[in-house]
Design a protein around this ligand. Structure first.
Ligand SMILES: NC(=O)c1ccc[n+]([C@@H]2O[C@H](COP(=O)([O-])OP(=O)(O)OC[C@H]3O[C@@H](n4cnc5c(N)ncnc54)[C@H](OP(=O)(O)O)[C@@H]3O)[C@@H](O)[C@H]2O)c1
Length: 268
């Protein structure tokens, strides 16, 4: 039986792509699509809004109805809205795929708590390539000692609201895990002014913003006399939509728990 998938924030940049990905999946049906209360799009056919033709699903601001209608809701929105969705997911026993980035430590803890009652896939980046890069970063960081300085550089489009990107932070976590250190203790973010020399063992993060860049990440291991760089460039947001729908389908019948894209993609 087809999985009933609901899309939250369905008129956002990612929301529209997710609607298209679900509509194009032979294993899923679009169960609902939510928009902000008072949105001009409310009541309109979500397929028309996404430029896909009529899909027979009206955009709604009734979040409860979205969760009641779906087996799984895909949420690429904003942290405060994702928090509201965690409550609805547990109240209605609906699984969640969360792609929202920029959550703080308390919000991440709330997500982990909700995952004790429902199955959740969280991924700061749903692409296959980036998830492979995460694994490579961990391995290279484990192989090279602190003679190699680790710097992570990312660039995204001018509309992105959080920095550094969730993916850059996940890459930094992977590098820290490879070195068996806590990221909080070694991260150097947003250097500016008279910073002093680089700390040995630090993991640096730098964020660039501009134009329509979908997402670029480079992990640099800079040593004396040589430098290793591994990276990923996304040229289409469709990869995140494909990954999110794959995660939603993978959730079918899963017990409660907080899963990652590495689980979905079989990389663990
Ligand atoms: N995990 C991944 O692979 C991945 C990939 C790309 C993006 N992302 C993340 O996904 C999120 C969305 O990105 P985007 O580029 O699609 O952003 P966007 O175009 O701003 O879309 C956000 C959507 O959420 C809705 N929304 C936000 N806050 C809301 C609130 N309080 N109440 C109701 N609706 C609300 C917005 O509604 P309005 O339009 O009415 O404001 C919009 O539909 C970001 O966190 C981004 O970093 C993740």
């Amino acid at each position: 039986m087809s999985m009933k998938i609901g899309i939250a924030g369905a008129t956002g940049r990612m929301g529209r792509i997710l609607v298209e990905a679900v509509a194009g999946s032979p294993d899923a049906v679009l169960a609902g699509a939510s928009v902000r209360p008072g949105s001009d799009h409310e009541g309109r056919d979500i397929g028309e809004i996404a430029g896909l033709g009529t899909l027979g699903v009206a955009a709604t601001s009734d979040r409860e109805a979205l969760f009641a209608a779906a087996d799984v809701v895909i949420d690429f929105t904003a942290p405060e809205l994702t928090m509201a969705h965690l409550e609805l997911a547990t109240a209605t026993a609906t699984a969640l795929v969360i792609g929202t980035t920029g959550m703080d430590a308390d919000q991440r803890a709330a997500m982990a708590a909700a995952a004790e009652r429902v199955a959740i896939v969280y991924g700061a980046n749903m692409s296959l390539g980036v998830n492979l890069l995460l694994g490579l970063t961990r391995r290279v960081a484990a192989a090279l000692d602190e003679d190699f300085d680790i710097e992570i550089v990312e660039m995204h489009h001018r509309h992105k609201k959080d920095a550094p990107s969730g993916t850059a932070l996940a890459l930094a976590e992977a590098a820290a895990a490879g070195r068996a250190v806590a990221l909080d203790e070694v991260a150097e973010r947003g250097r500016d002014g008279l910073t002093g020399e680089r700390r040995r063992g630090a993991i640096g993060l730098a964020a660039l913003r501009g134009g329509d860049i979908v997402g670029e990440h480079t992990v640099i291991f800079a040593g004396a006399g040589e430098r290793l760089e591994i990276g990923h460039r996304a040229t289409s947001r469709a990869i995140y939509g494909t990954g999110a729908v794959k995660a939603a389908l993978w959730l079918k019948g899963r017990p409660p728990g907080l899963y990652g894209m590495a689980d979905v993609l079989g990389l663990t």
